[in-house]
Design a protein around this ligand. Structure first.
Ligand SMILES: [Zn+2]
Length: 434
């Protein structure tokens, strides 16, 4: 995949997107902050023949083309403004990919092929595949190598309309290699015009050298990784893979306690392989619980009452060839805030495409195209606690926009496997992909 060219124009020059066939603002009808739920997921706040003015990397006005052309500031400053004709196009908030694992060296092709041939997880590991192969490569890699891999992924994501990315460490699993991974994320983020939120996933799996003594490894996560990542401001979130074969609920609580102690927010991989009670973890106010293939009714009811988002990642189910997908309808209908993300990673979801995640949600999870867009934008922003500046097109928010070569927003999830994103604007910086 080619990287988008960032335009040579001055960073954050005033931009006017005009003649937009469908502008999806995602502004909340109720004007209450927080994630969109139930029927709100279908409200996209569409304006036809619309215009958006961005100045200094922020959205300053949103309305019809007619209204924009009568704007006194614009009439005076028209020559200073770069005009982008969006006739016949859909414009929506840049996607917020709220769950990715981009710090790895290479694809896991052995796993891919062996799994197709019917091999079990253990056989894959014996053949040199599995998470261990990613660990060895990341431990050996230089920070510069890792950062260039992350940056390449960020550019590819932008080419598909993504402007905000949550990026996790988690393929190092030593103090030094987890910090190196977080530094690589920071370096890549500094060289990309979009926004990166970083997450320490030191608790991804128990590394082999700690087999049978996971409590020792949890100590390292709590007493070394978390304090150092916090002190050096390398992560906003701490994540735990809480499931069979990874970390148990008690260990997860311990890690969350350490995160909160050091001022970091928390999130967790929950219910991918097995059901775990969620309610004991809600006291830590997690930004999100991710995967959620297995969850009980009592927890669904509790989640509906709080702002913790359920982030669904159907790319993983697709790539593993599973017949079952997370029950999005059950969650949405109960009032749980639902987001969609790619789960970009080399083992189970090697995709950077939010439109693909949305398409899978529509075809396999009975999520409507409108609901998928809300889940991929404003609700993803809520999962990352950046909804005050991301996820909708409203004055005062960051100028993060995706322009699709489509007349109807439903086409974004419809044309699966093809990229119809014509342009992405990241904090006011234009990246065009034609
Ligand atoms: Zn994940």
């Amino acid at each position: 995949m080619t990287s988008p060219r960032t335009s040579s124009q001055r960073r954050q020059a005033p931009l006017l997107l005009i003649n937009i066939a469908q502008l999806l603002t995602l502004r909340s009808e109720s004007e209450k902050p927080g994630p969109h739920r139930r029927s709100e997921l279908k409200e996209l706040g569409i304006i036809h023949d619309a215009a958006v003015l961005c100045v200094g990397g922020k959205i300053v006005s949103v309305g019809t083309t007619k209204e924009a052309l009568r704007d006194p500031w614009l009439m005076k400053n028209r020559k200073k403004v770069t005009e982008i004709d969006c006739a016949g196009k859909v414009v929506l908030p840049g996607f917020v990919d709220s769950h990715t694992h981009p710090v790895f060296v290479g694809p896991r092709l052995v796993d891919f092929e062996k799994r197709i041939e019917g091999a079990a997880y253990e056989e894959i590991a014996e053949a040199g595949g599995g998470i261990r192969s990613s660990l060895e490569a990341v431990r050996k890699a230089t920070k510069a190598d890792l950062s260039s891999k992350v940056l390449a992924a960020l550019h590819d994501m932008a080419a598909l309309g993504t402007t905000t990315v949550e990026a996790k460490s988690g393929y190092g699993l030593t103090l030094q290699s987890e910090l190196k991974s977080l530094e690589a994320i920071r370096e890549a983020g500094n060289r990309w015009p979009g926004t990166v939120i970083s997450t320490l996933l030191g608790a991804h799996v128990v590394p082999k050298e700690f087999e049978g003594r996971s409590h020792n490894y949890v100590e390292i996560v709590c007493k070394e990784m978390i304090p150092q990542a916090a002190r050096r401001k390398l992560a906003q979130f701490v994540d735990v893979f809480c499931d069979k074969g990874a970390f148990n609920p008690g260990e997860t609580e311990k890690i969350f306690e350490a995160a909160v102690k050091y001022g970091l927010s928390v999130r967790a991989h929950m219910g991918q392989l097995s059901e775990t009670a969620l309610w004991p973890l809600l006291r830590f106010h997690p930004g999100s619980f991710d995967h959620m293939d297995h969850v009980n009714d009592a927890d669904v009811a509790k989640l509906a009452e709080c702002d913790t988002v359920a982030t669904l990642v159907p790319g993983a189910n697709y790539f593993l060839g599973l017949k079952e997908y997370p029950n999005a309808r059950r969650l949405i209908d109960a009032g749980v805030a639902v987001a969609l993300a790619t789960d970009y990673n080399p083992g189970t979801s090697p995709t950077i495409s939010m439109p693909m995640a949305m398409s899978l949600a529509c075809t396999h999870m009975k999520v409507t195209p409108a609901e998928a867009i809300t889940a991929a934008t404003i609700n993803g922003a809520c999962a990352l606690r950046v909804a005050d500046r991301k996820g909708s097109i409203e004055p005062g928010k960051d100028a993060d926009l995706a322009v699709f070569d489509a007349r109807d927003y439903r086409e974004i999830a419809y044309w699966f496997g093809a990229n119809h994103c014509a342009m992405t604007i990241l904090n006011g910086v234009v990246a065009s992909h034609d």
